[in-house]
Design a protein around this ligand. Structure first.
Ligand code: BG6
Length: 502
């Protein structure tokens, strides 16, 4: 993220581990295509598609070409496709066979000679998490992570980054045995979303909001990531993971930290990430009793989402028939600092819900002295500022207005900003910005070790309390509904309500 106009990235070889996998086809290669189409890839650019077993160059090129046909956000420009595909070569590397990394090294040297890529490399690990540390270790042992003579060696690590605090700390330590922190790019695709980045602009490029962005004026904050998708073919992964691990310490905490952070001194990776980590670090670490009291976990049961008939979560493929894994999680969190003391942050996320909807809603306190008090004015509400992230992207400010006519009656109205109305947007998944930033060495939109660890630390008590409780306290909700009644009760207890997303 930079205020400068984007220029093509420096010469680079993009070494893509897991090149035959789903993530490459759906997101990574289409993002490279979009960068190429926007002329943001350098002339000296090559892709080395790495697999664990022999794949063949022609087959790989065909596969990647096909993935563009399927996942390009708009009709592909065939000349750009062919140019990009012609830069793809293949390599086989298996972390359990160190020799294969030496062969990869030799291949990279040839590519440098052919494409003029000057020894600059990005290694993208689009592989299962168990492979992260062994792959980095093998890269290091083969001398491929050394940054000699000004050459670049960066590693992009996909999600999930750890399974809990201990495993995340272990992974960070293993990566740092081989790499410096500024060589590690931990991806969270939420940071690639324009509207998520826009939270920084909204707060810090306007004089209007920041003075009231604090406990004196804000009643509470709601963060909702509701999805209609169920778990599809991801049963094995999801059943071992659950909604909380899958979404909260990463995606929802990106939103939370951008909303809660103090103004950074500068718009650079260190300043911004330090402030975000500080905000996460201020989340109160709760006791097991508080964790159970301030959370809701639930699983979907059979229902209908639009035209789709959905079965019980426990009957999904690769899910244990007695699974206690949550497909919905809601938490009430406190941030123990001067800005946020006494302002609850309510978070909820779930699969198989009625509508796809991602938003951050900031609810302001009621007017301190209302001259309308005592008059029966139905609907006099406090103001909401809503940052909409999906499916529509925009910002809405809700306030009260008088309805026309002699009677004193009130209506809730809104000032609405829609991205689509103001800007012509490029087709993008958000991965483009992230890949481009890695190529140019800007880690602002990537996660730093301390932020990842602070996130896990905050959710750990919930994970532990839920594990100890087994199926005690696991709520159910109908697929296609707005979630479990228990989530409504979590806010009702505090005299508050979730915003309707159905
Ligand atoms: C992924 C999760 O990281 O994010 C998925 O593993 C989830 O379970 C997805 O569906 C949500 O991303 P988005 O961009 O659709 O909100």
């Amino acid at each position: 993220m930079s205020l400068m106009p984007a220029r093509p990235a420096p010469p680079i070889v993009f070494v893509l581990f897991g090149a035959n996998g789903d993530l490459t086809a759906r997101l990574v290669f289409p993002a490279l295509y979009n960068l190429a189409a926007q002329k943001l890839l350098p002339e000296s650019f090559a892709v080395v598609a790495v697999t664990r077993v022999e794949y063949g160059e022609k087959k790989m090129r065909d596969h990647l070409r096909e993935s563009l046909g399927k996942y390009c956000n708009e009709k592909c420009d065939l000349a750009v496709v062919e140019d990009l595909v012609s830069r793809v070569s293949v390599a086989v590397a298996d972390a359990s066979e160190p020799k294969s990394f030496e062969t990869l090294g030799a291949h990279l040297k040839e590519i440098d000679a052919k494409h003029g890529t000057k020894g600059n490399r990005i290694f993208y690990l689009a592989i299962p998490p168990a492979g992260f540390a062994p792959t980095v270790k093998a890269l290091g042992a083969a001398g491929l992570t050394r940054q000699t003579n000004g050459a670049i060696a960066r590693v992009i690590v996909e999600k999930p980054f750890g399974h809990d605090l201990d495993s995340a700390m272990k992974l960070n330590a293993e990566l740092r045995e081989v790499l410096d922190e500024d060589q590690i790019f931990r991806i969270d695709h939420y940071l690639g979303k324009e509207t998520v980045q826009n939270i920084l602009m909204l707060r810090f490029a306007n004089g209007l909001f920041e003075p009231i962005w604090k406990r004196e004026h804000i009643d509470h904050v709601q963060i909702t990531v509701a999805e209609t998708v169920t778990i599809g073919r991801r049963g094995a992964f999801y059943d071992a993971t659950g909604a909380l691990r899958d979404m909260v310490p990463n995606h929802l905490f990106q939103l939370l930290s951008l909303v809660a952070m103090e103004p950074p001194a500068r718009l650079n990776a260190d300043s911004v990430r330090s402030e975000k980590a500080r905000a996460l670090d201020a989340i109160r670490i709760v006791t097991p009793q508080e964790a159970l009291r301030d959370s809701v976990r639930a699983q979907y049961v059979a229902g209908r989402i639009g035209d789709e008939v959905v079965s019980d979560y426990r009957l999904e493929k690769d899910v244990a028939p007695n699974s206690t894994t949550e497909t919905f999680a809601a938490l009430k969190l406190s941030i123990d600092n001067w800005r946020w003391a006494g302002v609850p942050f309510y978070l909820r996320t779930g699969k198989g819900l009625a509508r796809r909807h991602t938003e951050v809603a900031i609810k302001f306190r009621e007017a301190p002295i209302s001259m309308f008090r005592g008059i029966d004015l139905d609907g006099l509400r406090s103001n909401y500022l809503v940052l909409q992230i999906a499916p529509d992207e925009g910002i809405t400010l809700q306030f009260n207005a008088k309805t026309p006519g002699p009677n004193l009656s009130i209506a809730r109205v809104a000032m609405d900003f829609r991205y689509a109305d103001f800007f012509e947007t490029q087709p993008a998944s958000g991965y483009e910005t992230l890949l481009y930033d890695c190529m140019t060495g800007d880690g602002l939109l990537y996660q730093r070790a301390d932020g990842v660890e602070a996130g896990w630390r905050a959710v750990e008590p919930f994970l532990k309390a839920w594990r100890d409780a087994g199926d005690q306290g696991l709520a159910l909700y109908r697929a296609g509904s707005s979630g479990p009644a228990e989530a409504d009760a979590l806010l009702a207890r505090d005299g508050r309500r979730w915003r309707q997303v159905v």
